[in-house]
Design a protein around this ligand. Structure first.
Ligand SMILES: Nc1ncnc2c1ncn2[C@@H]1O[C@H](COP(=O)(O)OP(=O)(O)OP(=O)(O)O)[C@@H](O)[C@H]1O
Ligand SMILES: [Mg+2]
Length: 386
């Protein structure tokens, strides 16, 4: 079973919020009235009939002939007029109404509907199809607006929460540094064989863990803008790979690194991208219970570089996959659940994308796409939400 989640900077909701584009009038070429097109063949047939009539009536007496021709001509005119009337009432009127309603829909009136829907013919069917289409359009538009509003209120909620968390983290850090100092002093004064040394060691580790969580939380809630430099992305990746190799040795996991193309210099913040890759590599190592291989590859294509981190770990179930980039989502006892959320934020601020594909029992692959040069509107954009 394969499941995948994709994070993209400009999603559907983003498009929905873009300013409404003025509907451009449809360019039309000059055309001949359909009524004229419909009536001309009928008139031609009637004219031919009339000519035939005149020829046949040549054998009649002159007085009789005039009466017959006058009656036939009047009949032909009447037939033509009747045809025009029928077309005008049954076709032209609904067409004009449809044209008017389409123009109203184009201007955003989603309550527009045509009145000829009840007719028992193809034009009635056309009217019903139009009304159904507008109703569906209205429902979709309402759904998009509802989703957009939910998203906006969530963003506001997270922004407040982020500010709160950042403030709290800041306040906790100072007393924590004091506690760590006291623990250090106490541990120095303890005799080497004291049983309390074990407790002190645990307390030290716990303070370190709290400090790590607070640091990550602060980084997410008050992110630093990337310090962009045009530099060698291969060494950035290599740096992270070297660090991961040291972590992987004890689990007999090999970290392979392959550079697939000639990679041009990339405008990026080496420290932040290193942090992204470390998060991905540590997750990969933690997901593997047995010895195996983690494959890191780097390639470039059409204005972007692609970094892949693929492991042979336990994989991510499809129902979990949509949550892994959410702050504080973790399935690990000692995890903070901030690693991927931080990674995604950094990649977003570089104008890139991060995608994940996973097969339960086989492994997980993360793909980081970074533009080689950043666009003009990017770089100073840093979200303050968590
Ligand atoms: N390579 C992977 N294989 C399997 N599961 C993964 C992988 N990467 C991430 N996950 C899942 O995504 C969750 C979130 O990852 P994330 O890095 O954000 O937090 P964490 O690793 O749990 O904690 P932290 O990174 O703070 O130590 C993980 O708990 C795990 O369930
Ligand atoms: Mg992690």
């Amino acid at each position: 079973m394969t499941a995948s989640a994709t994070i993209r900077a400009g999603d559907v909701l983003g498009e929905a919020t873009s300013p409404a584009v003025e509907p451009s009038p449809v360019a039309r070429t000059r055309h001949i009235s359909w009524a004229l097109k419909a009536v001309l063949p009928v008139a031609a047939v009637l004219l031919n009939g009339l000519l035939l009539f005149v020829l046949v009536s040549l054998s009649l007496a002159a007085g009789e002939r005039h009466v017959v021709i006058t009656v036939a001509t009047a009949g032909a005119f009447l037939v033509c007029a009747a045809v025009i009337m029928v077309f005008a009432v049954s076709v032209r009127r609904p067409m004009l109404e449809l044209q008017d309603k389409i123009a109203r829909v184009r201007l955003g009136d989603m309550d527009a509907s045509v009145s000829f829907c009840g007719r028992n013919d193809e034009i009635g069917d056309l009217g019903c199809d139009f009304n159904d289409m507008v109703a569906q359009l209205k429902a979709s538009r309402e759904e998009i607006q509802r989703l957009h509003q939910t998203q906006m209120s969530r963003a506001e909620h997270f922004a407040t929460l982020g500010e709160l968390a950042a403030g709290l983290a800041h306040e906790i850090r100072n007393p924590l540094a004091g506690i760590a100092g006291v623990i250090e002093i106490v541990s120095r004064d303890l005799p080497p064989n004291s049983a309390a040394r074990l407790v002190i060691k645990d307390a030290k580790e716990e303070t370190l863990q709290i400090n790590r969580i607070l640091t990550e939380l602060l980084e997410i809630a008050r992110p630093k803008p990337p310090q962009f430099r045009v530099s060698d992305v291969c060494s950035t990746v290599e740096h992270a790979v070297m660090f991961a190799r040291q972590q992987a040795i004890t689990k007999r996991i090999t970290v392979e690194f392959e550079i697939k193309d000639t990679i041009p210099p990339v405008e990026h913040d080496p420290n932040q991208i290193n942090q992204v890759l470390l998060n991905l590599l540590l997750n990969a190592i933690q997901s593997m219970d047995k010895p195996g291989v983690i494959r890191v590859s780097l390639k470039h294509d059409d204005g972007a570089v692609f970094i892949t981190v693929a492991d042979e770990g336990k994989g991510i179930p499809p129902e979990t996959l949509p949550n892994i980039f959410r702050p504080f989502f973790t399935t690990k006892g000692h995890g903070t659940g901030l690693g991927l959320s931080l990674a995604r934020r950094i990649v977003d601020s570089h104008g890139g994308h991060i995608d994940v594909t996973s097969v339960v029992g086989k492994g997980t692959q993360f793909l980081v796409e970074l533009p080689i040069t950043r666009s003009a509107d990017q770089g100073s954009v840093v979200s303050s939400t968590i």
